[in-house]
Design a protein around this ligand. Structure first.
Ligand code: ATP
Length: 361
């Protein structure tokens, strides 16, 4: 009943197309993140699901019901925005119970649900405080609570954590996920922050320039990006991408990486994919899926910079078109200017068509 189906959804503003033919099924009870850079069309999609904007083409269905022309107030969705709307002159209790009071629920039920959501979001100590005296972190929890208390079957959140501080964001990520598990709503969550999408969502819809690029479980979009955009947008840092050409060696098919030499031997699936290549390819590997190797066995690069975060270090190697990075979880004996040889795990290498950017299969 609460599945959301977007069919051939298009949104144009005058001659500008903000969303191009989006097809997406969000399952009942699923946590779907809409992820992409600023301006890719995430909010536009969300606003159409909420009923704040009308699609230029296409349909929106909740279950079997066509909602395309149904006004926002009659869609029965909960919506939390980045710039939360709180009644500042009211107390937290009045804010949380506002929707229930408007819906004229019995007082006892209103009280029970208000206290339950306040407890869940750790707002109980603030119930009788006026909203205008509270911090942004608390107000954002009130905004979430105000929608959640209505127990909507569909809950839409548009960058709800972008105004709160980093430590609180980490807490809220866990709480929102727990909220969704408890109430089993269908949740759509707009974010440009891949960490939020990767940690909370059941599936992620990655968007760019108004086009849905890939939909999949977090591990799927991480391991098997369909194109160069997804490969670089997902992951921190993103995937290394090096230009090359297929070449036959006495150890099998490999990639001639130009100044970086011939790639290490490929896994069998990678060699098979490379056979489909018609010209230049992009050799991709994740910085964290590689290890140091003896000279002659890995891809050479001179160390230009090292970012150390506790025990983890991100080593930057090479420069310009031959630059790449490697992530090591333990101390590595490298200094600036050293030449390191980095060996990607053969099965973790991904190959893309250089002209289309699409993964080779
Ligand atoms: P952000 O995270 O910055 O909000 P987004 O991915 O949510 O980005 P949208 O807000 O959906 O992006 O906007 C997509 C594109 O549509 C942008 O280029 C934006 O400038 C444009 N756009 C959005 N609303 C309108 C409007 N009312 N009129 C004209 N153009 C618009």
């Amino acid at each position: 009943m609460s599945a959301i189906r977007l069919e051939n959804l298009v949104k144009r503003y005058g001659s500008f197309t903000a969303l191009r033919t989006m097809d997406l099924l969000i399952e009942d009870g699923e946590f779907m993140a809409l992820l992409g850079p600023s301006g890719c069309g995430k909010s536009t999609t969300m606003n159409m699901i909420a009923g704040m904007e009308r699609p230029s083409e296409g349909r929106i269905l909740f279950g079997d019901r066509d909602m395309t022309g149904v006004p926002m107030g009659r869609r029965g969705v909960g919506f939390v925005f980045q710039n939360f709307a709180i009644f500042t002159h009211m107390t937290v209790r009045q804010n949380l119970s506002y929707g229930l009071r408007m819906a004229k629920l019995p007082q006892a039920e209103t009280e029970r649900r208000t206290l339950a959501i306040a407890e869940f979001l750790r707002l109980t100590p603030f119930l009788d405080r006026r909203a205008d005296g509270l911090s942004v972190n608390i107000l954002q929890r009130v905004a979430i609570g105000r929608s959640a208390v209505m127990e909507p079957a569909i809950f839409l959140l548009d960058e709800p954590l972008s105004n709160v501080d980093a430590a609180f964001r980490a807490v809220m990520r866990a709480e929102l996920k727990q909220l969704q598990r408890q109430f089993r709503q269908t949740m759509v969550y707009v974010t440009h922050d891949q960490l939020e999408a990767m940690t909370m969502a059941d599936r992620i819809a990655v968007m760019d320039h108004g086009v849905l690029q890939q939909v999949g479980r977090p591990i799927e979009v991480y391991n098997d990006p369909v194109n160069i955009f997804v490969a670089t947008f997902i992951g921190a840092p993103g995937m290394n991408l090096l230009k090359g050409r297929p070449v036959q060696t006495d150890r099998g098919l490999a990639v001639d990486l130009g100044p970086l030499g011939i790639s290490p031997p490929l896994g069998s699936a990678q060699a098979c994919a490379l056979r489909a290549a018609s010209g230049e390819v992009i050799y991709g590997f994740r910085p964290e899926q590689a290890s140091l190797a003896p000279p002659g066995e890995g891809i050479p690069g001179s160390v230009t910079f090292e970012e150390r975060i506790g025990a983890r270090s991100i080593v930057h190697l090479g420069e310009g078109s031959t630059a790449f990075r490697a992530v090591f979880e333990k101390d590595v004996p490298l200094a600036m200017g050293d030449v390191a040889h980095v060996l990607p795990h053969p099965d973790a290498v991904r190959l893309f068509d250089a002209s289309t950017g699409r993964v080779l299969k």
